[in-house]
Design a protein around this ligand. Structure first.
Ligand code: SIN
Ligand code: FE2
Length: 221
């Protein structure tokens, strides 16, 4: 790692790793794929957050999630005491979620195609914000209607350790370090694999400070 005069990390621990890393059948990590578009993506993140502020949702079991979330696109992922669902309306504002920015849609479609999933048209983008200490426990993405459509997950900001497990919760997950601009695509035989994020370590990113933004794209409806 290189340090500048002010002690900020200039690059990611994942910087030298290969551009394409298979994670299993139908699962591929595209390292740094989103980096050339970081400016337009972060601009779009700001616009989405301004229209639909980040919030800590509550799990059906009554726990406040440590990840702060919002959505854009026709459908938004929502959790509350009643359960998980996709909803066209932001429950905090009682208005539709902000439209999916074109830069988001294009990135998701191109990453899916690069992983072999042509014609991916996401209608839901979950925006997750992590700070050091924040984690996301192992889960499956299974609220979407069409399981033939992949998940496209984009990392921006400080690094995280992604856990990529099997089809059963008890399957021991692989640990996959994710850095700024990395995109993970999983679908086909890997579509229902358990995944999560270990508690983030203290770090600072030149554009996002002490935070990580994850964009998760899905065809939900
Ligand atoms: C998710 O599973 O919704 C997010 C995964 C991540 O933050 O990398
Ligand atoms: Fe997920």
């Amino acid at each position: 790692m290189t340090l500048d005069l002010f002690g900020d990390a200039l690059d990611d621990p994942t910087d030298g790793l290969p551009a394409r890393e298979p994670l299993g059948p139908g699962a591929l990590l595209l390292r740094r794929f989103a980096r050339p578009r970081e400016a337009e993506l972060l601009d779009a993140v700001d616009r989405v957050q301004a229209a639909a502020p980040l919030r800590h949702m509550v799990t059906p079991g009554g726990f406040r999630m440590s990840v702060a979330m919002t959505n854009c696109g026709a459908l938004g992922w929502v959790s509350d005491l009643a359960g998980y669902r996709y909803d066209p309306i932001d429950p905090d504002s009682a208005r539709p979620w902000p439209a999916m920015p074109e830069a988001f849609r294009r990135l998701a479609t191109e990453a899916a195609a690069a992983a072999g999933f042509e014609d991916f048209e996401p209608d839901a983008c979950l925006v997750n914000r992590y700070v050091p200490g924040t984690r996301l426990s192992l889960h499956q993405d299974r609220n979407e209607r069409d399981m033939r459509q992949p998940i496209v997950s984009v990392s921006l900001g400080i690094p995280a350790m992604f856990q990529f497990g099997g089809d059963r919760r008890a399957d021991r997950p692989a640990r996959v370090p994710l850095g700024h601009g990395d995109v993970v695509v999983w679908g086909g035989p890997s579509r229902l694999r358990f995944h999560g994020v270990l508690p983030l370590k203290e770090a600072s990113h030149r554009l996002l400070g002490e935070s990580r933004i994850n964009l998760t794209f899905r065809k939900a409806g």
